[in-house]
Design a binder for this molecule. Structure first.
Ligand SMILES: [Zn+2]
Length: 248
């Protein structure tokens, strides 16, 4: 029964748009106590919810104070190439070593395989009844073989230059990291996803992980090692950071 005495909530919402420093921000004024700020996927729209009695000047002041945060998050959405699940159908875009290719699906009775065609197409040869799972399997296997070839050369080159050697390196699919290094076991894992990136980015990750064999932590000494061997590493890091994975 106490419900009856409760103050009735004002459910009306007033929507408006304000522009602060090139950002088009949607403001919702409603019956709430605190300000909320959100940058929304997939394209980084900025939304603010504000208490109804708050005037526009105060809202604008709040947004201005959060501009660095807004900028950072909006940019992450912008840099992120939209990763929709692949269907492995003809005409679909696939990135390989930093280049965009279009997929051709070609019926083929023999053992499935993949070939790069004319620097523009990835030709996927599969049986007529190959379903999505089958095509994906063939594709991931090909990516793994290609990355293995690339990494073999990169590891030989950089282990010699840096004077360190990993006991073992392997490729796996990882959700949050481009690479990891277990320094006591001297084992390095490289994310399969890297096969989509330019070779200099693949090299940068290998050098980073190998640098952990010289210096375990991300210390000043580690930075000095990176500066010595790959002075442009900061721009590669920036390029990879647009993709939401971390460098560990
Ligand atoms: Zn690291």
């Amino acid at each position: 029964m106490f419900k009856f005495f409760k103050k009735k909530r004002d459910k009306t919402v007033i929507k408006s748009e304000i522009i602060v420093s090139n950002f088009n921000i949607t403001v919702f004024k409603k019956d709430i106590k605190n300000l909320h700020l959100k940058v929304l996927p997939p394209d980084g729209k900025v939304r603010v919810s504000a208490p109804k009695r708050m005037d526009d000047r105060s809202v604008r002041f709040f947004i201005t104070s959060k501009l660095p945060w807004i900028e950072k998050h909006v940019n992450r959405f912008k840099e992120q190439p939209r990763e929709t699940p692949r269907e492995y159908v003809a005409g679909e875009s696939h990135y390989f070593k930093g280049q965009r290719y279009l997929l051709n699906v070609i019926e083929y009775g023999g053992k499935p395989y993949i070939a790069i065609n004319n620097k523009k197409y990835i030709d996927l040869y599969v049986k007529r009844d190959a379903d999505l799972e089958k095509k994906k399997k063939v594709f991931l296997l090909w990516q793994r073989e290609e990355l293995t070839k690339e990494l073999s050369g990169i590891f030989i080159k950089w282990q010699e230059i840096m004077g360190v050697s990993a006991k073992e390196w392997r490729i796996k699919q990882m959700k949050t990291k481009w690479g990891t290094c277990n320094t006591s076991a001297k084992r390095i894992w490289i994310n399969l996803e890297l096969v989509k990136k330019p070779v200099y980015c693949i090299e940068y990750i290998v050098v980073h992980e190998l640098a952990h064999l010289i210096e375990k932590n991300h210390s000043k000494r580690f930075t000095a090692v990176m500066d010595k061997f790959i002075p442009q590493w900061r721009s590669y890091k920036k390029e990879l950071n647009g993709s939401f994975l971390n460098i560990a």
